[in-house]
Design a binder for this molecule. Sequence first.
Ligand SMILES: [Zn+2]
Length: 460
Amino acid sequence: MNRILLFIVIVLLVGCSSSKKDSDRILFAGEIVNPTSNQVVLFKGGKKIDSAQLDYKNRFKFNLPAIENGLYHFNLSPEYQYVYLEKGDSLMVRLNTIYFDESLVFSGSNEELNNFQLELFLSAEEEDGAMYSQYYELEPEDFLKKIASLKNEKLDRLNELKTESAMSQGGYELLMSNIEYSYNRYKEIYPFQHKRKTSEEIMHDLPKNFYAYRDNINYNNPNLTYLRPYYDFMKAHFGNLSYMACAKGCPNGNSGTGKQLHFNKHKLHLIDSLVVEKELRDNLFRNVAFDYLLKKKDEPENTEIFLKEFKNVSKNNMHIEEIKNLYQGILNLQPSKVIPNLSVISFDKEIKTLTEIGKDKKVLFYFWSGTNKKQYQEIFKRIEVLKDKRPDHELVGINIKTDYNDWKVILKNLDVDPKLQYHTENFKELTETLVLYPMNKAIITDNAIIVDGFSNIYYN
Ligand SMILES: [Zn+2]
């Protein structure tokens, strides 16, 4: 039934044969079940290309003049997913927001490529888990064999698709990179996780060819900058390189009080020396800064040194405002400061500030989103445990990234007392001001004064 409906929709939207490319314009359209927002925004990297409103049937349509071929992403707040577009494409997507990625289906021109990309994304989520539960503890030779066999399965599928469909060279190379960098990333992580899993005392000796792919890493391909597996590879790669460079070259560098600063300076300089592409540089530098700043334990003097060094290697970083806000946010959450005075809305549509909520009592604030059911069910289970552990605290939940009415429905289904629940529409402000990385964090206050701004519901 759905398939037939989908087909009719494509025919109506596209005209006739959906895979025929007769002009350079791109039609990208779709239907959203259970929309969480009324508009869809299309991005190329960090740049907004266009936006489209959902109509009364929850359909949207982009009719784009000839734009660059390549990787885009579309956002239906708060989620996003990739789409690969080429001149002349007519592509349709259907998705149900409750299952987001698992429900996505592309049809039309380049459907094979886009569906396969999504498949890779979903299987990577699964394989990541298997790495930690089984494969990192394998001996290096066995580990390499395992990785090669997983990777070859994907490459075989890719080559099959290439012969079956009219996949362009650009599309093929993108998928190829997706596979290559995904599996090479596991090798960058391996020595550290292997040591942890096996409790070996020193880093395991690795065969000579273990990092053979490093001769062919492309640090300057703008087509890959926003490809998640490529970016994740880069993060793991620079973590590995920094650690190894330090272990070899710096006696005592990896210990003592300045350890975090020392290590992250290595990272900054390695990125500076290897990466030329401006956006990849900026993104990787941002990642180092977030990583460092969020390990909030470092001394203020060290943090000042780090930020100075950061500005020195990363001139005009496009994320500098965000990094400054993060730093300010961290300073504002130190013990004995008043909790930031943000407004949230109650179940009865009453607007309150965090300071008002925290007045004259002890409060543990926790945060959750309605977009991931498994995750919020875990959070509320944990909150039940915390009730016993902290009977003198009020446990106040703040919901982000969820529609107001959906939030109410979820609370009713969970059978949670709505009196201690609040909601916010402005998740970006809340996330930045309260430094919600990771979202499992908790903020503990006494009479609206911060006791611990960086607690975690799971270590409490
Ligand atoms: Zn060092």
